[in-house]
Write a protein that binds this ligand. Structure first.
Ligand code: GLV
Length: 318
C-alpha cells in the first residue's frame, strides 16, 4: 500500500510530479478550515503544508503514529511546532536558498515603491485624478546614495545587500550574530539595532519570527528612525507592531513603509488600509514562477526522501 501524503494546498506541478507513487491528497486551493485539515490528515505519513496552515501537536496527533515528516513549502517555519514534531519523531523541513533572490527582489521592489510613492501614484491615475505633470507632484526620497539598514543578515538579507550596492546604496546590518565574511564580501558594516534605526534612510527586515523577534519593531524603535526613513517588511508580520507602525505613518514620524506580511494574515490593520504612505502587498515575497516551482519541488523532494528512508535535503530537526 502506498503511503498517504497530504498536500494542504494546490501547489505547482513541479512539486506534485515528485510525489507520484504515493497516495496523495491535495486538499484545497484556499487555506483549509481547521476541522477539514484535522479530518484529512488522518493516517498521513507525510504532510506538505504552506504558511497558511498551523501544524501543531493536535494536527500531528490527528495524523497518528504513522506520521514521519512535515515539509513546509516556505523558508519560515513559525507555523510548525518543531518541538512537538521532534518529540513525536517527525522530521520537519523547509525550503531555504531557493527563494533568496526572489524575496530580496520583493523587498527592493517595496523599498523603491514606498520611496517613490508608486501605490499612491497609481491610485491617483486610475481614479482619474491626474490632470497634469507637476513639479512637486508625488515626490519622494532618492534611493541611490542612501544608507540601507538590513535587520537579519541571513541569506535573504545578504541578497538584499547585493541589490543595494547595485543601486549605489550603502548597506549596513544588524543581526544576532556578526558575519565578518559577509561584511567583507558585501561591504556591509555591523551596527547595533539602535544605531541602525537612528542612522539609516531605509530599513528592511529579514529575521525569522521567534519569541525574540516578535514586535522587534514597535513604538520606541519607530521613534528612533529618521523622519524621512522608509521601513520594509518581507519577513513575518508580527516582527513589526502593526498598530504602532500605522500610528507612526499617520503622524508622519517616518516617511513611508512597504509591507508584504501582516500580524494576522490575511487581515491588515484597518488604519494601514487608509494610509497613502504605505505600499501593501499580499505576502508575495517568493511569488515568481520559477521560485514557486523550486519551493514546491524542494518540499516534495524532502517528503519523498524521508518516506523512502533517505536524508531530506533541508531538515530543520534531526
Ligand atoms: C514565505 O513566507 C516563506 O517563508 O517562504
Amino acid at each position: 500500500m502506498p503511503e498517504k501524503v497530504l498536500v494542504t494546498r494546490e501547489i505547482p506541478d513541479a512539486g506534485l510530479r515528485l510525489l507520484e507513487g504515493f497516495d496523495v491528497t491535495v486538499l484545497s486551493e484556499a487555506p483549509p478550515e481547521r476541522d477539514v485539515l484535522l479530518e484529512a490528515v488522518r493516517g498521513a505519513a507525510g504532510i506538505l503544508p504552506t504558511v497558511t496552515e498551523r501544524i501543531d501537536a493536535e494536527v500531528m496527533d490527528a495524523a497518528g503514529e504513522g506520521l514521519k515528516v512535515v515539509t513546509n513549502m516556505a523558508v519560515g517555519y513559525d507555523n510548525i511546532d518543531v518541538e512537538a514534531a521532534t518529540e513525536r519523531g517527525v522530521v520537519v523541513t523547509n525550503t531555504p536558498e531557493v527563494l533568496n533572490e526572489t524575496t530580496a527582489d520583493t523587498a527592493f521592489m517595496l523599498l523603491l515603491a514606498a520611496a517613490r510613492r508608486l501605490g499612491e501614484a497609481e491610485r491617483l491615475l486610475r481614479s482619474g485624478g491626474w490632470d497634469a505633470w507637476g513639479p512637486k507632484q508625488l515626490i519622494g526620497p532618492d534611493v541611490w546614495g542612501k544608507r540601507l539598514g538590513i535587520i537579519g543578515f541571513g541569506r535573504i538579507g545578504q541578497a538584499l545587500a547585493r541589490r543595494a550596492t547595485g543601486f549605489s546604496m550603502e548597506p549596513v546590518y544588524h543581526d544576532q550574530y556578526r558575519n565578518e565574511d559577509a561584511e567583507r564580501e558585501l561591504g556591509a558594516q555591523y551596527l547595533e539595532l539602535d544605531e541602525l534605526l537612528e542612522g539609516c534612510d531605509f530599513v528592511s527586515i529579514h529575521t525569522p519570527l521567534t519569541p525574540e523577534t516578535t514586535h522587534l519593531i514597535g513604538t520606541e524603535e519607530l521613534r528612533k528612525m529618521k523622519q524621512e526613513a522608509v521601513l520594509v517588511n518581507t519577513s513575518r508580520g508580527p516582527v513589526v507592531d502593526e498598530a504602532a507602525l500605522a500610528d507612526a505613518l499617520a503622524e508622519r514620524r517616518i516617511f513611508a513603509a512597504g509591507l508584504d506580511v501582516y500580524e494576522e494574515e490575511p487581515k491588515v490593520h484597518p488604519k494601514l488600509l487608509e494610509l497613502e504612505n504605505v505600499v501593501l502587498a499580499p505576502h508575495i515575497g517568493s511569488a515568481s514562477i520559477e521560485t514557486r516551482d523550486k519551493m514546491a519541488a524542494l518540499a516534495a523532494e524532502n517528503l519523498a526522501a524521508v518516506l523512502r528512508g533517505e536524508q531530506p535535503k533541508t531538515p530543520i530537526n534531526g
